[in-house]
Design a protein around this ligand. Structure first.
Ligand code: SAM
Ligand code: SF4
Length: 332
């Protein structure tokens, strides 16, 4: 197998150099917009990819220009041997290795994760109010999340990015407070539009806070400058003049970013998902367990890249996300 220096391109000339790997569908929280409160079943342990299987696939993708890996879930920090898995992924030579977490367990693991080679973290926090936090997450203790944010900063899992999903009537009154944190702290506050995953029936178009509305709410706080970063991503980034941190807006619905999407997803049960909203997935677990060669695995990777759709249709038809499994099953 040859090692490419340039990332592979898909059918629409997009460079595919980013993989989001969901390593578990289990979670220690039950956020209302992510986990159904009733009827959720988890993958059996035997259905979930092993560390070796994940590492093997990432190694093959890396030979075709994979540069960035984000570990997600479910809650990735509930997986056994997470430190060893991070170390094995970093050893492959992944340049940018990050992890998205709810922050409940991070404060005790942050130092070891950094040592194992993790570069940075995204921590999900939708509110600064302890009661609202419990309402959103069902059982979460917000103090532990703040402790994790501080610990992530201390051990240099930076820049610490904070994911906020504004939902009308729940936490949309806190958009300015989150944005204001960036005046003093080098946090990247990322507002993510509420997406219509198949969850608790709570999604409705009027519950989503659009990027335009977020901009309107925060523009009075200071002079916002547009930033351009190296690399490509879904986030449109801004900084208040003189502020330490950054504000990112991710708006898959009101302003989709498919034209420069650079990612594939790997689900915990071993399927490559070319797009978050794909109906088609490519099973890599069964062939791996049947003993296929690396060359055959490589072909499955190429196929996933090839069938990556040009764009999703959520903007025109939010119901087209209705087939979507809960985010905790795919890795949001
Ligand atoms: N458990 C980890 C966490 O909460 O950060 C990682 C997995 S979680 C599925 C990843 C991200 O997806 C979180 O930032 C969460 O807020 C986001 N998410 C989940 N459901 C969502 C939805 N319906 N719309 C937008 N974002 C969602
Ligand atoms: Fe768990 Fe993250 Fe989903 Fe919340 S958003 S239920 S923390 S996987």
């Amino acid at each position: 197998m040859k090692h490419r220096t340039q990332p592979i391109k898909d059918s629409y000339n997009r460079r595919i150099d980013y993989l989001r790997v969901s390593i578990t569908d289990k979670c220690n929280l039950k956020c209302v917009y992510c986990m159904p409160s009733k009827g959720l079943t988890y993958f059996k342990e035997s259905e979930v990819l092993t560390d070796e299987e994940i590492v093997r696939f990432v190694r093959i993708a890396h030979t075709h220009g994979l540069r960035k890996v984000r570990i997600t879930g479910g809650e990735p920090l509930v997986r056994k041997n997470i430190i060893q898995l991070v170390a094995s992924l970093k050893e492959i030579g992944i340049r940018d290795l990050s992890l998205t977490t709810n922050g409940i367990l991070l404060s005790t693991l942050a130092g070891d994760l950094k040592q194992a080679g993790l570069d940075r973290v995204n921590i999900s926090l939708d509110t600064m109010d302890a009661k609202v936090y419990r309402k959103i997450t069902k059982e979460g203790d917000i103090a532990r999340v703040w402790e994790s944010i501080r610990e992530a900063e201390r051990v240099n899992l930076t820049p610490v990015k904070i994911n906020v999903v504004p939902i009308r009537g729940l936490n949309d009154g806190e958009i300015s407070s989150f944005a204001s944190l960036t005046f003093e702290k080098n946090y990247h506050i990322r507002f993510i539009e509420f997406m219509p995953a198949n969850c608790n029936g709570i999604w409705a178009k009027d519950k989503c806070v659009s990027s335009a509305e977020i901009m309107q709410q925060i523009s009075g706080l200071g002079n916002l400058e547009r930033l351009t970063f190296k690399g490509r991503g879904p986030s449109r980034n801004f900084r208040f003049k003189g502020a330490a941190g950054v504000i990112g807006i991710i708006s898959p619905l009101s302003d989709h970013f498919c034209g420069y999407c650079n990612r594939l997803r790997l689900t915990a049960d071993g399927k490559i998902r070319p797009c978050l909203f794909s109906r088609e997935e490519i099973d890599i677990k069964t062939p791996m367990r049947e003993g296929v060669s690396d060359d055959a695995m490589e072909k499955l990777f190429f196929r996933a890249v090839k069938i990556k759709p040009q764009r999703h249709l959520l903007n025109e038809d939010p119901a087209s996300g209705g087939h979507l499994k809960t985010m905790s099953k795919i890795g949001g």
